[in-house]
Design a protein around this ligand. Structure first.
Ligand SMILES: *Cc1c(COP(=O)(O)O)cnc(C)c1O
Length: 571
């Protein structure tokens, strides 16, 4: 029997609020440009992005380009060539910029190919003979321990965190344009598992896992919302919101969990002694773990701080059949408990101290660049709690730059709630010291963390990108989320933290009017409706609800209805 969890707000409330979470699954794929529409290829480029000048076409770097890779590739002969983008005529690149590395394989006849041919079209020429490989290495520079990805290990020899390290030399055997083309070609298509936004970058994520062991729900490929109106309110011309919450369980946690659960699935198939996968969570991690484990048929256990997560988050692992433990402590307390449990029992730890998850999350950076036609924005603004995500994004941008797909890193701004701001306090000291805090209650409950596991990862990312940290009060969080909602978004409080931080950084002129800025929305607003409802009812304590839009109760008489409309529209 499952212990009955305690919910802060009764589960029945879920029904009253009528959460249609399935809406969260409708990934809004940006509309396709005409060139690709003709061949039915998922085009990750937002049409607005096309108005920005494209990068000059660079010739392949002799260092990275290995011509020996070319002859091994045999293209399916049945395919007629597209008339204007003949791969043999490199001079046509200007007219057909998307075919810089010609691929005759994806065209209007793609659907005619056999499954084998389609699969071949989704790999690089000669790929079978290249051993893409990754292993765990210590994060700290003074520890040179490393381990296999099939080892069950969460910390390096000296106790620090681990890092998934890729064989960059093997990856560099391919030209940047070949990688760009491969990723563009795979995203959103049918060949398992490459249609997923995460697995379209499989060689950069978890290269050695067999395709059939992957546990995927076609996560990623989330839309990049052009925040035109909200941007104008902040005197900005190039503001975007990456909607990572438009995903199976409604948060970006899916991106990392698909990688972790796939690896666990692979290890179990190979005979590893893993009885279940467990995590401590502020809600979204447990929802993702529950879903991916259920899809794979692997038992899962979630440790949740009692009364500190939203109803929608709580019901997800319950519905997916996880063992749900509601524990009378906060997130940091749950984290300590689960670490003790996994030390003694064959339960695999799924928290973000497990570096596998970051490999999936880093694909957000790659997707963002892809959606800007392989340009890197000036700023990324991301809400931070346990601080794994900020490091994951940094890793993605570094990897793209090092392999030549892009030419710069964005500056990173981490946004924290004032009530849970240990990174902000450390930033004020130039990161020379760090003190954990006891996190106070915040509407941004998924970042109510006082002792972030990935603190050193975050500091490394911020130092390397000339990054900044900003904080926001509870009222600022709710006000900014509501104000941005009025321009067409539907923000969770964490996205509210990021938007409020953005507004402050604009006011301080740290971020300029014409900077291209991407705010990362980490969860779907429909997972966090309790505080939103109270905001619009003006029932939040210490909050004036300046952007409230309360329901107007109206009698069922046409005169009353018209009165209500006229009072509102003032005519
Ligand atoms: C987990 C989570 C975060 C924080 O991510 P970290 O990697 O812990 O910094 C932010 N927002 C939401 C909605 C989350 O679920």
């Amino acid at each position: 029997m499952m212990p009955r969890p305690r919910a802060g707000i009764g589960l029945s409330r879920t029904l009253t609020l009528r959460l249609h979470l399935s809406q969260a699954q409708n990934v809004n794929v940006p509309s396709t440009a005409p060139l690709d529409a003709a061949v039915g290829v998922f085009n990750p480029i937002h049409p607005r992005a096309l108005s920005h000048p494209p990068l000059p076409v660079r010739s392949p770097s002799p260092l990275l380009y290995n011509p020996r890779m070319e002859p091994a590739f045999v293209s399916p002969t049945a395919l007629p060539r597209r008339p204007f983008c003949s791969p043999s005529k490199s001079t046509t690149n200007a007219a057909c910029p998307r075919m810089a590395v010609a691929s005759p394989r994806i065209d209007s006849n793609f659907w005619r190919l056999s499954d084998d041919e389609k699969r071949r079209a989704m790999t690089l020429p000669g790929q079978q003979s290249v051993n893409f490989h990754a292993h765990y290495a210590a994060f700290d520079n003074d520890d040179n321990s490393h381990y296999q990805l099939d080892d069950i290990v969460y910390r390096a020899k000296k106790g620090g965190l681990l890092e998934v390290e890729h064989d960059m030399e093997a990856l560099a055997k391919y030209d940047p344009s070949q990688w760009r083309d491969l990723f563009d070609r795979r995203s959103g298509r049918t060949v398992w598992p490459y249609g997923s936004g995460v697995w379209s970058k499989k060689e950069w994520v978890l290269p050695s896992i067999p395709d059939e062991d992957v546990v995927s729900m076609f996560e990623g490929n989330s839309n990049l919302f052009w925040a035109e109106r909200f941007g104008r309110e902040l005197d900005m011309t190039d503001l975007w919101v990456k909607q990572c919450g438009n995903s199976h369980t409604g948060s970006f946690k899916d991106l990392g969990m698909t990688v972790l659960v796939s690896q666990v699935n692979h290890m179990i198939k190979k005979g590893a002694d893993i009885k279940a996968v467990g995590c401590a969570s502020t809600g979204d991690t447990s929802a993702a773990l529950g879903a991916y484990c259920a899809a794979a048929g692997i038992p899962s256990i979630v440790f949740l701080p009692a009364d500190k997560i939203s109803t929608a988050q709580l019901v997800q692992p319950i519905a997916n059949g996880s063992l749900v433990l509601s524990i009378d402590t906060d997130f940091d307390g749950c984290m300590k408990l689960i670490q003790q449990v996994v030390e003694e029992y064959p339960i695999y730890l799924a928290n973000s101290m497990n570096s596998l998850r970051l490999e999936g999350q880093k694909t957000v950076s790659i997707e963002i660049a892809q959606q800007f036609d392989w340009n890197v924005p000036d700023w990324i603004v991301v809400p931070g709690g346990n601080l794994g995500n900020v490091y994951a994004f940094y890793k993605g941008f570094v990897m793209m730059r090092d392999l030549g797909l892009t030419s710069k890193l964005p500056r990173i701004a981490v946004a924290q709630a004032e009530n849970a701001n240990p990174l902000y306090l450390s930033y004020l000291e130039n990161f020379e010291s760090f003190e954990p805090v006891t996190a106070k209650q915040t509407y941004a409950s998924a970042i109510q963390i006082g002792d972030p596991v990935s603190i050193h990862r975050a500091i490394r990312a911020l130092r390397a990108t000339d990054g900044v940290v900003e904080q926001a009060s509870e009222e600022e969080i709710m006000d900014t989320a509501a104000r941005a909602d009025r321009t067409g978004m539907f923000n969770c409080p964490h996205t509210g933290v990021a938007l409020a931080a953005l507004e402050k950084l604009r006011r301080k002129q740290v971020i300029s009017s014409d900077d291209r800025v991407v705010v990362v929305s980490t969860a779907h607003g429909l997972k966090f409706t309790e505080s939103k409802v109270l905001y619009h009812e003006k029932k939040l304590p210490n909050c004036a609800s300046r952007y409230a839009n309360d329901v107007i109760r109206t009698p069922a008489k046409v005169g009353s209805v018209i009165d209500s409309i006229r009072a509102h529209l003032k005519f």
